[in-house]
Design a protein around this ligand. Structure first.
Ligand code: GTP
Ligand code: MG
Length: 623
């Protein structure tokens, strides 16, 4: 094979949370998710590295692992990539062992294992900035001798040491002599002990303990992990987050709303009355605009989540929740997947790969969609704005924020209950104990926070363009054609296909107080939750009373009873209104049966919850 044309492949291997993905991003210019807790990366990702001399390398980001003795699916990915065991894949030309320089003991064991694989290796001592700040002294030359591999210091987040790392990797490729045979085999207990001793010896020989050991982390932890104070702080953080959603977003939302109203009026004035004007103004601008208004709220929630992630708080939250989750039959490792599900259930379900036991993993997959994903935010805020007054209660809390908090809490509490039921119905047995690593606290980096926020905004805007926009054209057509017959008196939509579908399904939803217009919104809302908001925008715009040009929330407040609004919220806490999620559940469980069980229980709960809420609200005078 001609070495000059084949791109050399570099695999990034290391303990969880050591900065592999941050290095990968710095090397390739990619934007993979980086966060301050273990288990962020669960899949292999490949990218291209342009070296200073013009050559191109291929880099591979991998899930974190402590050993090649893989126990969970994500660790297997790392092991197979290193051993070249994936179908159609050769072992990497160079292995870059990524180390958290402040936590070398564990990575030395992994490095010794990697040496046995027999591929050329480079040790990247990442987080070197923190090591230096702590006054940790590492004898780089000696370390390199002991491991028989070049050592490069890096600060991935500041892109320091990147060029040196690439050069070291390339030098290893150039010096490599043909194929080596892997010496790696699953080690015996005695071999593991010997490796631990060897790691300990290297540690003693090369690392002098920090002059300023990290006492701050301990001090902060004694408060944040306190069983009472810690939980109170966690609740307070969430409380502030939901208050902020309503308190801070208002001006930005009004500006976006006014912008779309102006755009609609401008286009309406410019285009002649008729079909095209109706499609663009009522279908596209009104539909897409009604969803985009919620961008500020989504960004506020993500700002909180990103800051907490980067600070290192999320792993502490997991620690605090561990008892409660264990009581509900959930594995401690389920926390991070469930946390990811607050953005979107799809990455959350993928993240369950870190859970070793199949049953624990399946339980987590089944409840992940109950976490409030960001696609629910537009629906929740719309209905809250329409039906919940912006009042101050108890002298300090905004009622709208409290209701939002309650909706998130309903999702979490029901998830715990469902998990408990799954444990009772499908399988019993104790949950395995779980050792959590707590990452060091870090001051969030402003640039990376803003960048992450921009990535979230981009996902939201893309969904608006790729899912909502095309669907709105279909919805507009279905709610416009066929035209009402000669001499018809009702609004045109009553005679359209959408009207017919809505009215045909209406009896099914009448007991929970849904109007046929709402049913029309639920059907395309299966594709993505927030589409329902856009459809409501269009259905009521096409229904076309002049006074309806106001904000959608005002329109809904005039059209629905309070009971109907609350029932709609209850429905949205549970309904599996997201086909892509169902597709991922099917793929990750490999089972149609479990996918259908999930769909069934979620629709069942949605109907039941909406029914109870509706009846209760009507009985209390909200009909
Ligand atoms: N100060 C400092 N922080 C870093 C450095 N490299 C990474 N980080 C931070 O460390 C945390 C972990 O980084 P990731 O790149 O997600 O780690 P990973 O090894 O990919 O983690 P997993 O995918 O969970 O195995 C993030 O908060 C990064 O911003 C560094 O060199 N210096
Ligand atoms: Mg990673």
């Amino acid at each position: 094979m001609d070495m000059a044309v084949r791109t050399a492949r570099v695999a990034l291997v290391g303990n969880p949370n050591s900065g592999k993905t941050a290095l990968f991003n710095a090397l390739t210019g990619a934007h993979q998710k980086v966060a301050n807790y273990a288990g962020v990366t669960v899949e292999r990702k490949e990218g291209r590295v342009h070296a200073a001399d013009g050559r191109v390398l291929s880099a591979l980001d991998l899930p974190g692992t402590y050993s090649l003795r893989a126990r969970s699916l994500d660790e297997e990915v790392a092991r197979d990539a290193v051993l070249g065991a994936l179908p159609g894949e050769t072992p990497p030309d160079v292995v870059v062992c990524v180390a958290d320089a402040t936590n070398l003991r564990l990575v030395l064991r992994l490095a010794l294992e990697l040496k046995q694989v027999g591929r050329p290796m480079v040790l990247a001592l990442n987080m070197y900035d923190i090591a230096q700040r702590q006054g940790l002294r590492i004898d780089l030359e000696r370390l390199s001798q002991e491991l028989g591999a070049p050592v490069v210091t890096t600060v991935a987040t500041r892109r320091r040491g990147i060029a040196e790392l690439v050069a070291a990797a390339q030098a290893q490729v150039d010096a490599a002599v043909g194929e080596t045979h892997s010496q790696w085999h699953a080690p015996s207990a005695a071999e593991i002990r010997a490796a631990h001793r060897e790691a300990e010896r290297i540690m003693k020989a090369c690392v002098r303990p920090p002059e300023r050991p990290d006492t701050l982390t301990g001090k902060i932890d004694s408060v944040l992990l306190h069983p009472v104070a810690g939980l109170a702080i966690l609740l307070a953080v969430l409380f502030v987050m939901f208050q902020a959603v309503f308190a801070w977003a208002e001006p930005a939302m009004q500006a976006i709303e006014a912008g779309f109203a102006l755009l609609g009026q401008g286009v309406a004035a410019f285009l002649p009355d008729g079909l095209l004007q109706s499609l663009i103004v009522d279908g596209l601008i009104s539909g897409v605009g009604s969803v985009l208004v919620f961008l500020p709220q989504i960004l506020i929630i993500f700002l909180f989540i990103i800051l907490l992630e980067d600070f290192g708080y999320m792993a502490r939250a997991a620690f605090l929740m561990d008892k409660i989750m264990g009581g509900a039959g959930l594995h401690g490792r389920a926390f991070i997947p469930l946390l990811s599900s607050f953005a979107c259930a799809i990455p959350g379900i993928m993240a369950t790969r870190v859970i070793e036991a199949k049953r624990d993993r399946l339980t987590t997959i089944l409840i992940a969609p109950l976490m409030t994903c960001s696609a629910r935010i537009p629906v929740y805020t719309l209905i809250i704005a329409a039906f919940i007054p912006s009042e101050t209660v108890w002298g300090f809390a905004n009622l709208q924020g409290l209701v939002m908090f309650g909706l998130y809490a309903s999702g979490i509490v029901s998830a715990l209950l469902v998990s408990l039921v799954i444990r009772k119905v499908f399988w019993r047995g104790a949950v395995e104990p779980f050792m959590m690593e707590l990452p060091a606290y870090k001051v969030p980096d402003l640039k990376s926070v803003l960048f992450n926020l921009w990535l979230r905004a981009r996902i939201f805007l893309r969904r608006a363009g790729r899912i909502i926009l095309p669907l709105m054209i279909i919805v507009w057509a279905l709610s416009t054609f066929p035209y009402p017959p000669e001499g018809a008196t009702g609004p045109a939509i009553d005679y359209s296909v959408a009207g017919m579908i809505g009215k045909a399904l209406e009896p099914l939803f009448a007991p929970i107080g849904f109007s046929w217009q709402m049913v029309v919104a639920l059907v395309p809302g299966m594709a993505a939750r927030e589409v329902a908001v856009a459809v409501l925008g269009t259905v009521y715009a096409v229904a076309g009373a002049e006074e309806n040009v106001g904000a959608l929330a005002t329109v809904l407040a005039g059209q629905w009873s309070l009971a109907t609004g609350l029932a709609f919220l209850a429905w949205y806490v549970f309904a599996p209104q997201c086909l892509p999620t169902l597709g991922v559940v099917r793929r990750e469980t490999g089972s149609l049966k479990w996918t259908l069980i999930m769909v069934g229980y979620m629709f069942g709960l949605a109907y039941l919850a909406a029914l109870i809420v509706y009846r209760l609200a009507v009985a209390l005078g909200g009909g």
